[in-house]
Structures are given as C-alpha cells and as structure tokens.
Design a protein around this ligand. Structure first.
Ligand code: GAP
Length: 442
C-alpha cells in the first residue's frame, strides 16, 4: 500500500523535517525548558513508537528468528579495563585545535566550515591535540583516578566479555552470534545534523563468531542480509547504498568493513557498519582479563580464538533516515496541500486512527478503538472536522483512518481510508482488525 520504494524520490529540507518532528512530538531537544543541551534529544509519543518498532523489527530478524543468535542486555558501565583492552582509551579520539582568540574548540579535520572568529579577524589555532571521545564518570564516593569509569562508547564490548558465559548457557557452537540493543555515549565535539551525530544514541549490534576459514563468507552474508533489512523497512532504493571501506579508512580493529549509507538531505552518510573484526576483541580481552576466551571445535578438537563479523546499526540514524524517506508534501483536491509521512505500515507509530463523524456516535467508535488497541497501536480522535483529522494523521504517518459514520449503526460497516492513495473502502466492523493486520504485516 505504501509508495513504491523503487520510484524516484524527492528530498526533504531538514528545517521542514525538524519543525514537523517538534510540532508532532517525534523528536525535540532534551531539556528543552532549559534551552536544550547540545547533542541530546528526546523522543515524544510518536518518536518512541517509531523507534520501538524499528528495534522490535531488528530483534525479530536478527535474534528471534534465528537459532544461531542469542540476545543479551548488559550494563552500560563496564569494568574500565574493558576500554583499555578494546583500544578506546588509546585510539578513540579526534584531533582537536583551540582558537586562542575566541577560546572555542574545533575538530582539526573539519576546519573548512567553522565560520568566522567571534573576536573578529581570523581564528588563531593551536597545534592539533587528540581528545578522547569517551564520556567519563566516577563510581563511588571519591573522584580520583581509581574510581574513573566510562559510559560505553559502543554496546558490543560486553558481548565480547560475556562471550564465554553466553556460549555455555545457550550451548551454542560456532558459527553463532550475540546481539544487543542499547544506549551508547560519545563526547562528540561537533554534534550536528539533528540526531545524526548525537552524544547519546542507541545501537543495535550483532557480533557473529565464526571459524577463521569462514570469515569472508559470513562477512558477505551479513552485508547482504543487513542491506535487505533496510530495503524491507521501505527505504528508497535510490537513497540506499553499500560502500566498501578503503584500507586507510579501517578502524584499528577492522580487517574489512562496509557501510550501509543513506542519502540524507545533507549527503550520503553511514547508518550501519559491517566489520570483519578478526580476533582482535576476544584476544585483547583474553590478554587484559587473563581469562581464556578461545573455542575448541568438538569435532576436530582444534582450539582457536573465533573471528568476529559485526553488524552495527544506529537506531537514531535509521529512525532519522525513515523520517527523511517518509516525508512528502503534495497538493490534494481543492488546491489544499498536505504533509504526509509515508512510513511502511509495519513501522508507522500509529497503525490506525478511529474517527467518529460526530460526537453523538463517539461511544461505539471508541469501543472499536479499544478493541483494536489490544492488537495494535490505535488512536481515537473525535475533535475537529474530518478533513482536519485526516491531515493530522497524515502528518503522523498513520496508514489507515477508520471512519465511523451514522450508517455504521445500521449497516455494521465503517469506511477505511488509506493514507497514500486516500482511497476509501467500506468494510464490516467485525472484520476491521483482521483487514488492518493483513495490510500492516504485508
Ligand atoms: N561497534 C562498532 C561501532 O560502534 P561505529 O561505526 O562507530 O561502529 C556504528 O558505529 C553505528 O552507530 C553507526 O553506523 C551509526 O549508525 C551509529 N552511531 C555512531 N556514532 C553515532 C553518533 N554520534 N550519533 C548517532 N549515531 C551514531
């Protein structure tokens, strides 16, 4: 029912999208009453539903549907040695320069768009110095070096440190994976492009452990699998691509890597990374923790450190891609314009809105909405004229509006309006839930 995601698409202006997100309560600045806090965002009633739908879909596809993947939910704060072993203490930094005149700090590799110096004249930059991007905190009563800890910079490190326990309790053999969804924190110097580069964000990561001989095959497998996932979300084919990393782009742990990129209004950008991490992580944690994280093949009795293929998707970045992709404006009958979010029904925050034509028939319509709510996120709206109510649902991306009118009482039917085509079908009330479910899951 949604627009053909292979059809050529037009681009949204970021300012229009940001305004819609705030107006309709998808996403707005965190601590807004204090003027916001740079790099932090809150998701409102519609935003949290969108994000939860995306996470549920990832969990379903990557964890639940597979018997070779287990899920975990680990703590955000890990033992500080974790980040020494992972290389983050040593390598996870950006080169920074300070301006001696205006005292502002900039990324040394992004000086082209820093603008003029507030003190007038040109910036007077210091030499570049490395600035670690991990967010620090202290554990316990004292704030000394011994009590330093970090908010995790990626969710995957606990997957490595939990590898042995999870493999044993789940009685898994190679190849198998461990997935988790959770918050990550990075002290980004220059948060920008709305939620695209934030200081607090969510990742959904899978670490898939394989025998050394199988790593290339599994790297290709997960690349294809993950690309298909984004297409199934409805992201347009002309805005999605896979890009292999050049050797000089590889992270310190990666042997090979590819990005799934989306064409945002501000250009092609990564939404997911697929990395061949080799045996870097398990070997390093073996060394730093002094615990053996190797694997013994029970057929060949060969002992080795498994190789890791990682898929790491940003939930916030993908939510932003879904919003950009869904946004459309069009002229409708009577010269009116409407803004419409053309989400795939399976990820739309609200699946159906029940709209009684008059307050006089609100009660049976509300009964229908209550019934639908047991199976899907349904919304009930009795206020305003029907055209205005349709527009509100178009802006929320609701794929179906169910109108309860005066005939509904006598013929036991309602009118279902489809968001994109605005086509209307008259269907029996008792069949509405199944009718909707079939289309949402299609
Ligand atoms: N464990 C590997 C890892 O963390 P990454 O490429 O640094 O790799 C993976 O991050 C994904 O996390 C990215 O593709 C992106 O979607 C998301 N991500 C990373 N930094 C982010 C930020 N500052 N704001 C929002 N999302 C971010």
């Amino acid at each position: 029912m949604t627009r053909d995601s292979d059809a050529p698409t037009r681009s949204v202006r970021m300012e229009d999208l940001v305004a819609l997100c705030a107006r309709r309560g998808f996403i707005f600045p965190a601590s807004e009453v204090y003027g916001g806090i740079n790099g932090f965002w809150d998701y409102g009633p519609l935003g949290v539903e969108l994000k939860n739908n995306l996470k549920a879909r990832w969990w379903q596809r990557v964890v639940r549907e597979r018997d070779d993947v287990e899920g975990i939910d680990s703590s955000i704060i890990c033992h500080p040695r974790t980040w020494e072993a992972s290389g983050h203490v040593e390598h996870f930094s950006d080169p920074m320069v300070d301006c001696r005149a205006c005292k502002k700090r900039f990324r040394a590799d992004q000086l082209d768009d820093v603008g003029a110096c507030k003190e007038g004249g040109a910036h007077d930059f210091t030499e570049a110095r490395n600035f670690n991007l991990m967010l620090k905190t202290f554990i316990g009563a004292s704030e000394d070096a011994a009590s330093v800890a970090y908010l995790r910079a990626e969710t995957c490190q606990s997957i490595f440190t939990d590898f042995r326990r999870v493999r044993e309790v789940a009685r898994q053999k190679l190849p198998f994976g461990i997935g988790q969804i959770g918050k990550a924190f990075r002290n980004e110097i220059n948060p920008r492009n709305f939620t695209f580069r934030s200081r607090e964000f969510e990742q959904a990561e899978l670490e898939f452990f394989v025998a050394p001989a199988d790593r290339e095959e599994w790297f290709r497998y997960w690349m294809d699998e993950r690309f298909a996932f984004h297409r199934e979300l409805g992201l347009a084919s002309d805005r999605l691509r896979l890009r292999d990393h050049e050797p000089d782009e590889l992270a310190h742990y990666a042997k090979a890597a590819a990005d799934i990129e989306y064409r945002f209004p501000f250009g092609w950008q990564e939404i997911e990374g697929i990395h061949d991490r080799g045996d870097w992580d398990l070997s390093r944690h073996t060394e730093y923790a002094g615990k053996d994280l190797s694997y013994v093949d029970d057929q060949t009795k060969e002992k080795f450190v498994p190789m890791v293929i990682e898929t790491s998707v940003g939930i916030d970045r993908t939510s932003l891609a879904l919003l950009c992709d869904a946004y459309d404006e069009e002229e409708v009958e009577g010269g009116d314009r409407r803004t419409v979010l053309r989400f795939h029904p399976s990820i739309a925050p609200i699946k159906a809105a029940v709209l009684p034509l008059s307050k006089k028939i609100a009660e049976p319509a509300e009964r229908l909405a209550r019934d639908l709510r047991r199976r899907m996120n349904a919304f009930f709206d009795v206020s305003g004229n029907i055209g205005r109510r349709y527009r509100r649902q178009d802006e929320a991306g609701t794929p179906f509006c169910v109108t309860y009118d005066f005939e509904s009482e006598s013929d036991g039917q309602v009118t279902v309006r489809e968001r994109d085509s605005m086509r209307q079908d008259r269907i029996p009330i008792e069949g509405v839930a199944v009718w909707l479910q079939e289309r949402i899951e299609a």
